[in-house]
Design a protein around this ligand. Structure first.
Ligand SMILES: Nc1ncnc2c1ncn2[C@@H]1O[C@H](COP(=O)(O)OP(=O)(O)OP(=O)(O)O)[C@@H](O)[C@H]1O
Length: 766
C-alpha cells in the first residue's frame, strides 16, 4: 500500500470516526466505504459483548475499493506501515481492538504495542486472507451496528423524557395514536389485570402489536401509584422498563380522572365559596391567618384559569401560603425582597393606610360608603395578586410533572419565590389598558370624548361596573391650575348628592395628571342635537331638554355655584336623566387663566355671555382701559348660555353662529349687533311666541334683565296649558260681560285679569 493510499485511508477513517460520534442515527444501513472507519469503532464497542466476535472468515471481498487495496498492497509492500496506520487513532486499547484483537489472536496485545514483525507475520503472509477476514468482519459489523443502534434507540425511548410524547423516532405517530386512544373517555375503556402483561420487548413491535392488546386487558383501577411516578413505580415493583409506556399511560389517565373530579368538586362548591368571600371582607391578615379560607379564595378567584392538576398543585398552594406565613412570621429570616413578601408588605401597608385614606376622602366629603368600597377593592386587588402568584407557581409545578414524569418536588422556599416572578410580570403586562386610581384598577373600554387638556374614557371597574374616567393633564408647576382643579373637586364633592350633577366617585391628583372617576353618561347633549339636526323641529323635544337643562342649572345655582362653561357637550344623559358634567373648572380657575383659548381648540365660545368675554378682555389687557367695566360673570351668564342652547335647538345654530372666528367674539361683545328671532325656522316651521319670548328672556344683553332659572322654569313655553272648548266658552262669556260693564280698562287692570285667568288655568292642571 502506497503512502498516499495509507493517508487517504487514515483520512477516511478519522472522518468516519468523527461522523460516527456525531450522527449515529444514520447507521441503520450496512456501512459503506465512508462508514468503514466508524464501523471499526462500532465493532470495537460491540466486541465487549461475547456474541459479537467475528464469524464470517471466508467471505470474499466484493467492494472494489478493497480490491484496489488488495491490488495496491500486492504491488507495494509497506505492511510495516499498517502499524502507523492505526497506531494513533485511539487513546485506549479498547478502541483499537479490531486490529488489536485480531493481532491478539496472534499474541499481539494492541495496535499501539504491535511491532512490524507481527505485521509481517499476519499481513505479509497472506493479504488475501486478511481481506477475506476483513470482509467477514465487515458483515459482522453491519449486523452488529444495526442491532446496536436499534438497542440504543430503544434505550433512549425508554429512558428519555419523550417517552409518552413521541416514542421511538419512527414510531411516533403509531404511539401517539395509541396514546390518543388511551385518553379515558371512560375509564372502563382501559382494563388491565396486571401491568406486567405488557409485552416486554421495548422495540417497535411491542408497541404496535402489543400495546393496544395489553391495554384492553388492564385492570385500570388496580394500580395504586400513591406518591410514585411511573418510573418510581416500575423500580419499586421491579417491573421491566418496557412497561414504562403502559404504566405512564395509566398514570396520566388516572391523573386526568383526578383532575376531572377536582374540577367537578370545585364547580359545585364555587357558589358556596363566593358567598363566603362576599360575606368576608378580605384583608391580608385574614388571608394569612386562615389557610383554609385562603385556599378556597384562591380557587374561586381564578374561574377562568386552567384548573390546577391533581394533588401536587393543591399541596403547592398550601406550601406557598405556609412558606409565606413563615417568611412573614420570622420576618427577618425570609427573603424580604421576594415578590410574595412585597405583596404582603403592600397588604400590611394598605391596612395601615386605610384609616388615613378614609380620613382624607372624608375631608372632601366623598360618600363614606364609597370610601369603604375603594378600600375593599384595594384589598381584593392585593389578594388577586397573591392568588395569581400562587396559581402561576402551581402551573410551573404542573409543567414539571408533565415533562419530567415525576412528582413535583417540594420546592425550597427560595425557588418558590423565584417562580412567583412571572406572575408579577404577567400582572404588569396586563396593565397596558388599565389605569390605576388610588390603587383601584379600571380597564379602558372606549374613548367617550376629549376636551382641551382632557380625555374621558368609559372604563370598567371592579365588579364589571362601568364608570367615566377623566384624565386631565396640566402643568404640575402651575399652582393656579392645581388650585383650580382642587376647587372643582370641592364643588363636585359639595354637589355629591344632587341627582342633576354627575357624581364624582374618586379622584387622584399626581404630577401633572388628574384622574376623576365619575358615573358614566350614555350621550351628551351635543351628540343628541347633532343626531337630530336633519329632523323636523319638534317643540316637545325642545321643551323637554330645555326643562332638563334648567333643572340641572337650578341645582347648581341653588348651591351658590356658577358653572360659567355651559354648552351642550357639558350635559350628559345618564340613564335618561340629564346631568351637568365638567362644571366649575373655568370658574374655579383664576380669572386670568379662564379657559377661553382652550375652548377655541374644540370650537368657538358660542355659548359665552358678553360679560364673560368682556371680563376676559379686561383681564388680558391693560386694567386702565376697562376700569369702568361693571360686567360680572354670575348666574345670569349661565342663563345666557342656556338661552344660546335653546336658540340652537330651535334655529339650528347658536345666536352668533353665522359669524366666523374672531368676528363671532366681536359680535357677542358688540351691543349693536342684535340677535335675530325669526318667527319661522329655515324650514318654514312656525315658532311659538312663548318659545321666542323665553329665548329673549335669557338673551338680554344686560344680565340684570335676564330671567332667573326659576322664572324660566315657570315660563309659558315650559308650562303650557291646554284649554278645553268649555273653558274657552266660559272665558269669552266672562270677557263680554266684563267689557259691557267696563268699556275702558287700564293696562294694570288688564295685567291683573290676565294673571287671574292664568292662575285659574294653572289650577285646572289640564
Ligand atoms: N361622566 C361622563 N359620562 C359620559 N361622557 C362624559 C362624561 N364626562 C365627559 N364625557 C364626555 O367627554 C367629553 C369631554 O368631557 P370634558 O369634561 O373633558 O369636557 P370639556 O369641557 O370639553 O373639557 P375641557 O374642560 O378640558 O375643555 C364630554 O363632552 C362628554 O362627551
Amino acid at each position: 500500500m502506497s503512502t498516499n493510499s495509507l493517508h487517504d485511508y487514515t483520512d477516511i477513517k478519522s472522518r468516519m470516526n468523527t461522523r460516527q460520534l456525531s450522527d449515529d442515527e444514520e447507521f441503520t444501513t450496512p456501512p459503506k466505504l465512508s462508514n468503514f472507519g466508524s464501523a471499526l469503532l462500532s465493532h470495537t464497542e460491540k466486541s465487549t459483548r461475547p456474541h459479537a466476535l467475528p464469524t464470517h472468515k471466508n467471505d470474499k471481498i466484493e467492494n472494489p475499493v478493497f480490491e484496489e487495496m488488495n491490488r495496491s498492497s500486492s504491488r507495494s509492500h509497506p505492511p510495516s506501515s499498517m502499524g502507523n496506520l492505526t497506531s494513533g487513532h485511539t487513546s485506549t486499547s479498547s478502541h483499537s481492538t479490531l486490529f488489536g484483537r485480531y493481532l491478539r489472536n496472534n499474541h499481539q496485545t494492541s495496535m499501539t504495542t504491535m511491532n512490524t514483525n507481527d505485521i509481517e507475520i499476519n499481513v505479509g503472509n497472506s493479504l488475501d486472507k486478511s481481506f477475506e477476514r476483513i470482509k467477514s468482519l465487515r458483515q459482522n459489523m453491519k449486523e452488529d451496528i444495526t442491532s446496536k443502534y436499534a438497542e440504543r434507540r430503544s434505550k433512549r425511548f425508554l429512558i428519555g423524557n419523550r417517552t409518552t410524547k413521541l416514542g421511538p423516532a419512527k414510531r411516533a405517530s403509531t404511539l401517539t395514536n395509541v396514546f390518543d386512544e388511551g385518553v379515558p373517555n371512560s375509564s372502563n375503556e382501559l382494563m388491565m389485570s396486571d401491568p406486567r402483561e405488557v409485552i416486554e420487548s421495548p422495540l417497535e413491535d411491542s408497541y404496535q402489536t402489543g400495546f393496544k392488546e395489553t391495554k384492553k386487558n388492564m385492570n385500570y383501577e388496580s394500580i395504586d401509584f400513591g406518591n410514585l411516578n411511573p418510573i418510581q413505580y416500575i423500580k419499586k415493583h421491579n417491573l421491566p422498563t418496557s412497561d414504562l409506556p403502559i404504566i405512564s399511560q395509566i398514570y396520566f389517565d388516572k391523573q386526568r380522572e383526578e383532575n376531572r373530579q377536582a374540577a367537578l368538586r370545585k364547580h359545585s362548591s364555587r357558589e358556596l365559596l363566593s358567598r363566603n368571600r362576599s360575606s368576608t371582607s378580605f384583608s391580608g391578615t385574614s388571608l394569612l391567618s386562615n389557610k383554609d379560607n385562603s385556599l378556597t379564595c384562591n380557587s374561586s378567584s381564578q374561574p377562568r384559569r386552567k384548573t390546577s392538576t391533581g394533588s401536587f398543585s393543591s399541596k403547592s398552594s398550601i406550601e406557598i401560603r405556609k412558606t409565606l406565613k413563615e417568611n412573614i412570621d420570622t420576618n427577618n429570616s425570609g427573603n424580604l425582597n421576594s415578590p410574595i413578601h412585597k405583596i404582603h408588605k403592600e397588604i400590611t401597608r394598605n391596612k395601615d393606610s386605610d384609616s388615613e385614606k378614609r380620613e382624607v376622602l372624608r375631608n372632601i366629603s366623598v360618600n363614606a360608603n364609597h370610601v369603604d368600597n375603594i378600600l375593599q377593592q384595594e384589598n381584593k386587588r392585593l389578594k388577586r395578586s397573591l392568588d395569581d402568584a400562587i396559581t402561576n407557581e402551581n402551573e410551573n409545578i404542573k409543567n414539571q410533572e408533565v415533562f419530567y414524569h415525576r412528582p413535583a418536588p417540594k420546592p425550597p422556599v427560595t425557588k418558590k419565590v423565584a417562580i412567583v416572578e412571572p406572575a408579577k410580570s404577567a400582572f404588569l403586562s396586563s396593565n397596558r389598558n388599565i389605569i390605576t386610581v388610588n390603587d383601584s384598577q379600571y380597564e379602558k373600554i372606549e374613548l367617550l370624548g376629549r376636551g382641551g387638556s382632557s380625555r374621558v374614557y368609559k372604563v370598567k371597574g371592579s365588579g364589571n361596573k362601568v364608570y367615566a374616567l377623566k384624565r386631565v393633564s396640566f402643568d404640575a408647576f402651575d399652582d393656579s391650575s392645581v388650585d383650580g382643579f382642587k376647587g372643582e373637586i370641592e364643588l363636585l364633592a359639595k354637589l355629591k348628592d344632587q341627582k342633576r350633577v354627575i357624581q364624582l366617585l374618586d379622584y387622584e391628583m399626581g404630577d401633572g395628571l388628574l384622574y376623576l372617576i365619575m358615573e358614566c353618561g350614555d350621550h351628551d347633549l351635543s351628540q343628541i342635537l347633532n343626531q337630530r339636526s336633519n329632523m323636523p323641529l319638534d317643540f316637545n323635544f325642545v321643551r323637554f331638554y330645555t326643562k332638563e337643562m334648567l333643572q340641572c342649572i337650578k341645582v347648581v345655582h341653588d348651591a351658590g355655584i356658577v358653572h360659567s362653561d355651559l354648552k351642550p357637550a357639558n350635559f350628559v344623559l345618564v340613564k335618561g336623566i340629564l346631568k351637568i358634567i365638567d362644571f366649575g373648572i373655568a370658574n374655579a380657575v383664576p380669572e386670568h387663566t379662564v379657559n377661553i383659548y382652550r375652548e377655541t381648540q374644540i370650537g368657538t365660545p358660542n355659548y359665552m355671555a358678553p360679560e364673560a368675554l368682556v371680563v376676559m378682555n379686561y383681564t388680558q389687557t391693560s386694567n386702565n382701559r376697562h376700569e369702568g367695566n361693571k360686567w360680572k360673570v354670575g348666574r345670569p351668564s349661565d342663563m345666557w348660555s342656556c338661552g344660546c342652547i335653546m336658540y340652537q335647538m330651535i334655529y339650528g345654530k347658536p345666536p352668533y353662529g353665522t359669524f366666523q372666528g374672531q368676528n363671532r367674539l366681536l359680535a357677542i361683545m358688540n351691543p349693536d349687533v342684535k340677535i335675530p328671532f325669526p318667527e319661522h325656522t329655515g324650514n318654514n316651521e312656525k315658532i311659538p311666541k312663548s318659545a321666542i319670548e323665553l329665548m329673549k328672556s335669557c338673551l338680554y344683553r344686560n344680565p340684570d334683565k335676564r330671567w332667573t332659572v326659576d322664572k324660566v322654569l315657570r315660563s309659558t313655553f315650559l308650562q303650557p296649558f291646554m284649554i278645553s272648548g268649555s273653558i274657552m266658552e266660559d272665558l269669552i262669556r266672562n270677557a263680554v260681560r266684563y267689557g259691557s260693564e267696563k268699556p275702558q280698562i287700564s293696562h294694570d287692570d288688564l295685567n291683573d285679569v290676565v294673571e287671574t285667568v292664568l292662575r285659574k288655568f294653572a289650577d285646572y292642571k289640564i
